[in-house]
Structure formats: structure tokens, C-alpha cells
Design a protein around this ligand. Structure first.
Ligand code: JHZ
Length: 391
């Protein structure tokens, strides 16, 4: 049985950027529910994955130093820990992680063919497909089973969760390790990060829910780490239930989740009310600043910022434009807002009264980059964990 946590009506897909201001945005409802059985929070009746992940996908994970460092460290540490004979990455995007593995010992799967073409050109054998039965059969018959399977910010996007995990299990060597990185739902709650709810994010994982789900499939979580990227990211180490990996999960993860009430529907409903209040506060603040004739520019055309704009009912009366360093996003329009994305130009930063921190998960990196602007009186607006102005 599932129960509704929060619903948004008629919002855009977060990376469905428009070519022209006159293009009509595609709008869909987003209903987030709590599953009483597994304690998983997930989207009900989601939009077809092919509408979101295709050859025009714009998110390039290689656009921030924070993520470049994170994935390089992850790749080196996993090679040191497990010395894998053969590694598979599911959802390799621009190759930010898998490029650190020898090409003859690694394979990738990526459904967005603009990115699978890119990584194939980089010499990484990449299957430009969704991870499903037929892809898995092809990958395993051509390469054999894997000692390490890595997947970051991808399993939370799949709509066939059980099948995805079952196929991963079947693709692992008996003692193989599946490393799953995904935003921690506890951190979403602690940061009031309502903008992490979106159609691309099908599942919002806690340790509790992942443990329940993998155990039903004959696997187990044997280790767990938390990283401060993407607003709090869990790295789960998962293996076959019979595999020879010592259980090493720190009890604090379970304790923290239980204490917060990640498995408690009423507590989660309370969190949703706080988030709704934050959405109203954002709009009020921006309207107030606009009445005072201030310039307000989005910093980072993140998926999350499209959500903030759509969920709070913001448009070009609130935000003048958004800057972003991703060429694929530049000159496009945030759907349903009449707000354009422009290339980041460091020379124009000084002219802006307020930046809205769309890429709040890179706060440290960005505030460091813009310290001169801040020292000269520039301001940043954030809604994490509550609406605030950073000076
Ligand atoms: P970033 C995406 O979410 C979508 P998004 C996806 N569904 C997901 O799960 C997560 O990633 C992992 C720009 N930027 O990483 C670059 C600057 O302009 O927060 C990016 O467009 N200047 C797959 O989109 C965006 O911000 C900067 O200095 O929310 C960051 O996007 C920096 C640091 C970034 O992911």
C-alpha cells in the first residue's frame, strides 16, 4: 500500500529546456508517495523514461570541479579496495567516473546517446541503451560477468527498480560488488530540499528502504558511506547475500534515519508542510526584491532550479535570466517560465544585485569562485535549508 506525500500539478520536466521562448512546454503532474511495505518514497504514475533520457539530454556531470574530484577519488578508491578485473558503469553520462578505469577492463551503459557517443569516442566501450533484460544479456554475453558494478545517480532514476537490481545481481561475479550512489533521502528532508522531487528522480532512497528492497532480492548492503555531494549522497556497497564481504555498516545511519522518522509517514507529512512554507517564502522574497527594482539572476540552470521555478510559480517577473557553464544549456529557456539560460560571463557578475543559488549543492565552490563579488556587496539567495540571503 502507498500513501501520497506531496503532489505538484502541471510542472515541467526539469531538463526539458526549450529552444525558443515561444515553444509550448510539456507539463505533467508529479505525485510523490510513501510505500508502507518497503518504506521507499517514490513517484507514482511517472512520465515515460524515454521522454526524459534521450539523445538531447543536457545534464553533463563533468561541469563542476566538485563532481570531477568526487568521481576521480571514487574511481581510485574502488580500484584500490577491490582491484576489479572488469568494471561496469550503469549511467555513465560524460564518462566522469569510468574514464579513470583502463579501457580494456571497463564497460559502460548510457541511454542518452549524445553521451554514449561521446564516451565511445573517448575509447570507453559504451552501450547506448537503457539497462534492461536485452541490454544486460548483450553486455554479459559480450564481456562476461563483472567484479565491480558502479552506478551513481541512475538507479534513483529507473522505473523498473526490481528488474534493474535483479539484472545487476545476475551480472555480478559471485563475490562481485555493486556500488550504488544516490542522494540520501534523510538529507533531502534535513535540507528541506523540495527541489529534489522531480520526474527524473523516481526513487528517494534511505538506508532503510534500500536494505528492505535488496534483501527481498537475495542481496545485502555490507557497507555504507555518506558524501557531501548533491546535497548528501549515500554510497551503498551491495553484494550477493552469500558473498564473502564482511558487514561493516555503521549503526549511526540506521539510528539517524529512525530518529528522524524516515520510515514514519506522519513525520514525513510534517516535513512536506515545512517545504511548502519555504516555497511561499521564496516567492514573497523575490517579489519584495523586484518591487525594489533589484536585478536577480539564477546561478546554475540545474534540474533543481527548473523545479524551484515551476513549483513556486516563478517566471521572468522574478528572475531576469540564469547563468550556466554548460554549452548544451546555453541560450535555451527554462520551461514554463520565460526565463533564458545564458553563458556564464565572469565580467558581468559585478552588475548583479542578487544571484539565486540554483546550484546550491556547489555552494562552497561557487561562493569561493565569486568571493570578490561577495566582498564588494554581491548577494546570493538560497532556500536551503530555509530561505536566506548570503552576503
Ligand atoms: P547539478 C542533475 O541534477 C540531474 P542537477 C540528474 N537527474 C541528477 O540526478 C543529478 O544531476 C545528479 C552548472 N554550474 O550537478 C552546471 C555552473 O553554471 O547540481 C550544471 O548545469 N557554475 C541527473 O541539474 C549545474 O550548474 C558552477 O560554478 O540539479 C549543476 O547541476 C557550477 C559548480 C555549476 O545537477
Amino acid at each position: 500500500m502507498y500513501r501520497e506525500l506531496i503532489e505538484f500539478k502541471n510542472i515541467a520536466l526539469s531538463n526539458d529546456l526549450l529552444e525558443s521562448v515561444n515553444d509550448k512546454p510539456n507539463l505533467y503532474d508529479l505525485k510523490v508517495v510513501f510505500d508502507d511495505d518497503t518504506k521507499l518514497v517514490r513517484v507514482e504514475n511517472n512520465v515515460n523514461s524515454k521522454k526524459m533520457f534521450n539523445s538531447t539530454y543536457v545534464y553533463d556531470s563533468s561541469r563542476s570541479m566538485t563532481m570531477l574530484n568526487h568521481f576521480e577519488k571514487a574511481a581510485l578508491s574502488l580500484q584500490k579496495q577491490f582491484n576489479p578485473e572488469l568494471t561496469l558503469e550503469i549511467g555513465s553520462n560524460s564518462g566522469i567516473f569510468i574514464k579513470h578505469f583502463p579501457n580494456d577492463k571497463s564497460v559502460a551503459v548510457e541511454p542518452c546517446t549524445n553521451f554514449s557517443d561521446l564516451t565511445n569516442k573517448m575509447g570507453i566501450k559504451t552501450y547506448g541503451d537503457f539497462w534492461n533484460k536485452s541490454t544486460q544479456e548483450k553486455v554479459v554475453s559480450e564481456n562476461g560477468r563483472f567484479s565491480l558494478i558502479f552506478s551513481s545517480n541512475t538507479v534513483s532514476h529507473v522505473q523498473n527498480l526490481q528488474e534493474t537490481l535483479q539484472l545487476i545481481k545476475e551480472s555480478l561475479l559471485d563475490d562481485g560488488v555493486f556500488v550504488l550512489e544516490t542522494p540520501s533521502f534523510l538529507e533531502v528532508l534535513e535540507y528541506n530540499a523540495f527541489d529534489q522531487f522531480y520526474h527524473e528522480h523516481q526513487s528517494y532512497f534511505s538506508y532503510l528502504s534500500v536494505r528492505n528492497i535488496v534483501e527481498k532480492l537475495g542481496m545485502r548492503v555490507f557497507d555504507l558511506e555518506l558524501y557531501p555531494v548533491h546535497g548528501g549522497t549515500y554510497r551503498f556497497y551491495i553484494c550477493n547475500e552469500k558473498a564473502n564481504h564482511e558487514h561493516n555498516v555503521n549503526l549511526k545511519f540506521l539510528r539517524n534515519e529512525k530518529q528522524f522518522g524516515v520510515d514514519n509517514f506522519d513525520k514525513l507529512k510534517e516535513c512536506m508542510s515545512t517545504m511548502k512554507k519555504n516555497m511561499d517564502d521564496i516567492k514573497d522574497l523575490l517579489e519584495d526584491l523586484k518591487q525594489k527594482d533589484k536585478s536577480i539572476v539564477g546561478y546554475g540552470a540545474t534540474a533543481k532550479f527548473t523545479n524551484v521555478m515551476n513549483m513556486c510559480g516563478l517566471n521572468n517577473n522574478h528572475i531576469d535570466y540564469v547563468v550556466d557553464t554548460t554549452p548544451l544549456k546555453n541560450n535555451k529557456w527554462i520551461p514554463n517560465t520565460n526565463v533564458q539560460i545564458k553563458a556564464y560571463n565572469p565580467n558581468k557578475v559585478k552588475d548583479i544585485d542578487y544571484f539565486y543559488l540554483g546550484a546550491w549543492n556547489y555552494k562552497k565552490e561557487i561562493l569561493n569562485k565569486e568571493k570578490e563579488h561577495l566582498n564588494n556587496g554581491g548577494k546570493f539567495i538560497t532556500h536551503i535549508p530555509n530561505v536566506d540571503i548570503l552576503k
